[in-house]
Ligand binder design. Structure first.
Ligand SMILES: *[C@@H]1O[C@H](CO)[C@@H](O)[C@H](O)[C@H]1NC(C)=O
Ligand SMILES: *[C@@H]1O[C@H](CO)[C@@H](O)[C@H](O)[C@H]1NC(C)=O
Length: 956
């Protein structure tokens, strides 16, 4: 996607026009190169409407008829390429011996009978293949053209640029995917479209996709179960393994399938046989041997080690020593088969307990690649220490930061991504593969360039800016929390308008996506639907439905008529979700039938997907029934609370009197103050069969309610009233709870209580964040010092596209050496408190979810309040058992953040006035999102309070 273009669509007569030029490939070149060359011809047909001739060139026969212009492709190993290099004296030293590199050049008279050619020359088989697909991509054929129905822009002229270009080698040597959890979606689709199993017809599509993405590595589908005995790449279709090798894909097997055998094979061959090395040693050794021998002719990466039954730890007394023995035996088998114990390449997955054995001294041969796992949520659990990074086998490794961190720490041998069904992960997989190819291709502060490049490639440049904005907006919203962990009560319905704001953000994104969708050309709509509209719409529906469930429950407790309306809306969204999946399935005559079949709702019981969608807990009120007369027809609910006591108003008084005593808190709004949130709201609602008119009365002119009167009837069961203050007219020292009277034409009468505190502005010389509502909240990237324009000279950097915040996260610069990190300057945040010696002062720092990846170097930071230091604090508690996940992991990983509480009261007593929070961090894997100082007013919510008001110095 990135890198210099060697073609152009605008040229002059003298330029080499590739349209119509035959594609020439050496007859003795790798079969995989020949396949790529023939697909290149098809790509030309798709772009130009004209399929070029495919010429298979044998040195002894030459080209049969004279041609002017040609495209010559091949590896350095083909005699065609070798001849031309020799005859035309082409320099090749910048790719010779390189891994998967290629160059392009225009050569005059490369062959007898050919005037001119664009040559694409690979250092090896995949170098040539990647070169060929780079040409395809540059002409507009997306790697996803088949997988996401991306239609190239038609071209009538494609010119080769004169200059030589070079590409390679990749940052990560083996890059690829793990097809996993593939039932029911992918499996349903494969069985319908590709015959009876995961055979070569399916895998050729996968191989082609991987190579077009410049990937080279695959852990094939291996899901056990329906249809029994589960998927086996090696057995389902005897051609699979051989074909992978021909195409150029390195086959390996997942973390618990040793020696190039699919787990399903064992169960098929040994329905009774126990998968226990101690009990079935001979049988298992033979099984290993068969795997090694079968893989021998093909390019393979052999997984060694062994886990217990069902991908669990081995159930033996001393699993570590059994594992050591197994590895020794496997090495012997490999040596017997291949003639050497360290050929071919091998990997050991340090997954769960295996990581623990490893930390405790399990010996792993030097050449074996250590594959460090994530926590199933994209957080890398362990990375090489400096010694391990020097290993001959090197180390293989959600996001840019985790990948970049992996690379920076030396995990540059294998990156394998669990992509589930492949669809609909087009964007993240593209992102990962671009980064694996060139880890510097996507800059920390410039993901827009990536989104734009992706949008450019998949759609026409005329809409790519708008598409990039949508993809970016989606990426930011999806980062808040994974859908499967969003429950009805995840986002706060009552505090900080959190749920409402999130829904509004999704809605605005969806509106933009939908309007763009209706404007794109119809040939591009299927791709737009798959890559842009569907994910946004699905997310909107899902989030809205979850919030609707919460609203329905709350409204029902309040006995609102509207509860039933919301219940219907939830059911409508539930159907809309299914309709959307159906729309996906019906697209293009059913091409992607089954792909969205995985249930979306009802994941509570286990990690397994439920069998079908289920939502629970909808509530209804009997709207034909009137409320008890002492409760009245009209209810009032204020921001921040569920209601007086849900369902109950005025129970103890007659209905001409307002709520008193313990009912008052349920009608009290959060405070309004000049440096805080500038509006509050409450709602009046109908809870009976009568229609009514309501009126508001406020005690002061500067207290503005809008609207101040309205009607509740069958057309309108709810009204929201916004409350604001004209501060200029509020008396200087005003501090009082005022009452807003609400009355109705059917006799209801209630008071809404609103605390108002006027505040003196701070000294003119102060700049910083202002306390309001009992808290100070600051986004980490809003530090006051170092100065923004001098950030580059500091130890810190902002990653603007990370985390749950709007403005990104702060971390240590990639270039800071660990030795000097402990002397880093502090990030400083100025703030002002109005509270004098507050009873409570808890600082909560939100850190993006990461894990200690180095056993001896845990993630640490330090806080200072003014001049008092917390000393060094560890972010994550010790797991107890080495290799285990730390306490609190499950919550943190779902939230995407660690929330670290520090009792400031224990460090200092805060006085009214100006203060500084200072923070420094000591590792690159620490990412700070936001700081919340709770002085007693913070309300529960998912994201925490919005950022406090910042005032700037007022003097000259
Ligand atoms: C208001 O509530 C009544 C009674 O439940 C219902 O019939 C009506 O449809 C609701 N109005 C709206 C606009 O939802
Ligand atoms: C709002 O905040 C209050 C105070 O922290 C809390 O008790 C309540 O559960 C929160 N409500 C919601 C819906 O988040």
């Amino acid at each position: 996607m990135f890198g210099e273009h060697f073609i152009t669509f605008q040229g002059e007569g003298s330029h080499l026009n590739l349209v119509g030029a035959p594609v020439i490939v050496g007859k003795d070149d790798f079969q995989g190169v020949q396949i790529a060359a023939s697909l290149l011809c098809k790509d030309f047909a798709a772009v130009t409407g004209h399929q070029p001739e495919y010429v298979s060139y044998a040195t002894n026969t030459g080209i049969s008829c004279p041609i002017d212009d040609a495209i010559i492709v091949g590896s350095l190993q083909s005699s065609l390429v070798q001849n031309i290099i020799r005859e035309s004296e082409l320099a090749i030293d910048d790719i010779q011996g390189c891994w998967e590199a290629f160059f392009t050049i225009v050569v005059e008279k490369p062959l007898q009978g050919c005037k001119r050619a664009l040559m694409i020359v690979g250092s090896d088989k995949r170098g040539a293949i990647f070169g060929i697909y780079t040409l395809s991509e540059q002409m507009g054929v997306s790697p996803w053209y088949w997988w996401a129905d991306v239609v190239p822009t038609p071209r009538s002229q494609i010119f080769a640029k004169q200059s030589r270009t070079r590409r390679g080698s990749p940052s990560v040597k083996y890059r690829g995917i793990f097809i996993n959890d593939e039932a029911p979606s992918l499996t349903g689709w494969v069985l319908e479209k590709m015959g009876t199993c995961y055979g070569v017809e399916f895998y050729e599509k996968v191989f082609e996709l991987l190579l077009r993405l410049k990937a080279n590595f695959l852990w094939p589908a291996m899901w056990p179960g329906y249809p029994n005995p589960g998927n086996s790449f090696f057995k389902d279709d005897p051609l699979n393994q051989k074909t992978a090798d021909i195409w150029g894909i390195v086959i390996s097997t997942s973390h618990h399938e040793p020696m190039q055998r699919a787990m399903a094979e064992w169960f098929e061959e040994n329905p009774e046989g126990s998968w226990s090395y101690l009990k079935s040693k001979e049988k298992i050794q033979q099984y290993f041997k068969d795997g090694a021998e079968r893989a021998h002719p093909y390019e393979s990466y052999i997984t060694i080690g062994m886990r217990g039954d069902g991908d669990r730890a081995m159930a033996v007394d001393d699993p570590a020593s059994v594992l050591a023995e197994i590895i020794k035996d496997q090495r012997r088998i490999i040596a017997d088969t291949y003639g050497s114990a360290d050929q071919p390449r091998q990997l050991l997955a340090l997954y769960k307990e295996v990581q623990e054995y490893f930390e405790n001294g399990l010996e792993v041969p030097e050449d074996v690649t250590l594959l460090f796992a994530d926590d199933n949520f994209g957080t890398i659990r362990r990375l090489p220490t400096s010694d391990e990074a020097e290993r001959k086998g090197r180390a293989g490794g959600r996001i840019w930061q985790q990948l970049y961190e992996a690379y920076r720490r030396g995990a540059d041998q294998i990156w394998v991504f669990n992509v589930g069904d492949i669809k609909p992960l087009e964007l993240p997989l593209t992102f990962s593969m671009e980064l694996a190819w060139n880890v510097n291709s996507i800059a920390t502060d410039d993901f827009m360039t990536f989104f734009k490049a992706f949008a450019d490639r998949e759609f026409s440049p005329s809409i790519s800016e708008a598409v990039a904005e949508l993809l970016y907006g989606y990426d930011r919203l999806i980062a808040l929390r994974k859908h499967e962990h969003i429950e009805s009560d995840t986002f706060s319905l009552l505090n900080y308008s959190e749920a409402e704001n999130i829904i509004a953000d999704w809605k605005s994104l969806l509106d933009r996506a939908q309007s763009l969708y209706s404007n794109v050309q119809s040939v591009n709509q299927p791709a737009f639907f798959q890559l842009v509209l569907h994910p946004i719409k699905a997310s909107y529906i899902y989030t809205k439905l979850r919030v609707g469930q919460a609203k329905n429950q709350l409204f029902a407790l309040q006995r609102r008529n509207e509860a039933n309306v919301i219940a219907q809306e939830v059911l409508r969204l539930f159907d809309e979700d299914f309709d959307l999946s159906e729309e996906f399935h019906h697209l293009l005559g059913g091409k992607w039938n089954h792909m969205m079949r995985q249930p979306h709702y009802g994941y509570r019981e286990t990690w397994h997907a439920p069998s079908r969608d289920m939502i629970s807990g909808l509530c209804f009120v009997q709207t034909r029934q009137d409320s008890n007369p002492i409760s009245g027809y009209m209810g009032v609910a204020v921001e921040g609370t569920e209601g007086i006591r849900p369902g109950l108003t005025n129970e103890e008084s007659d209905r001409t009197h307002p709520s008193r005593k313990d009912l008052v808190p349920g009608l009290t709004l959060p405070t309004l103050e000049p440096f805080g949130q500038q509006s509050r709201y409450f709602e009046v609602y109908r809870r009976g069969t009568s229609s009514l008119t309501w009126h508001l009365k406020t005690p002061y002119d500067w207290l503005i309610v809008s609207p101040s009167t309205g009607i509740l009837d069958d057309k309108n069961n709810d009204s929201r009233i916004t409350v604001k203050i004209n501060w200029l007219e509020v008396p200087f020292d005003f501090q009082q709870t005022v009452q807003i009277e609400v009355s109705s034409t059917v006799g209801d009468y209630e008071h809404v209580h609103l605390p108002i505190t006027n505040r003196n502005p701070p000294d003119d010389s102060f700049s910083g964040f202002m306390e309001s509502d009992g808290s100070v909240t600051i986004e980490a990237s809003s530090f006051c010092r170092p100065a923004r324009n001098e950030l580059h000279a500091s130890n810190y950097q902002i990653l603007p596209f990370l985390g749950r915040t709007r403005s990104g996260v702060v971390t240590l610069s990639q270039s800071v050496h660990p030795m000097s990190a402990t002397n880093s300057e502090f990030l400083e945040y100025d703030f002002w408190t109005f509270s004098e010696y507050p009873r409570q002062a808890i600082l909560t720092i939100y850190f993006t979810m990461t894990l200690d990846t180095s056993p001896k170097d845990p993630l640490c930071f330090e806080i200072m309040i003014d001049d008092c230091s917390s000393g060094s604090l560890r972010l994550i508690e010790d797991p107890g058992i080495t290799g285990d996940l730390p306490p609190g992991w499950l919550l943190a990983v779902q939230d995407g953040v660690w929330k670290k509480n520090i009792d400031i009261g224990e460090m200092t007593r805060l006085k009214k006035g100006s203060h500084i929070i200072k923070l420094r961090i000591w590792q690159q894997n620490l990412l700070v999102e936001k700081l919340v100082l709770n002085l007693g007013g913070v309300r529960d919510s998912y994201l925490g309070p919005p950022e406090s008001t910042f005032v700037s110095r007022r003097q000259g």
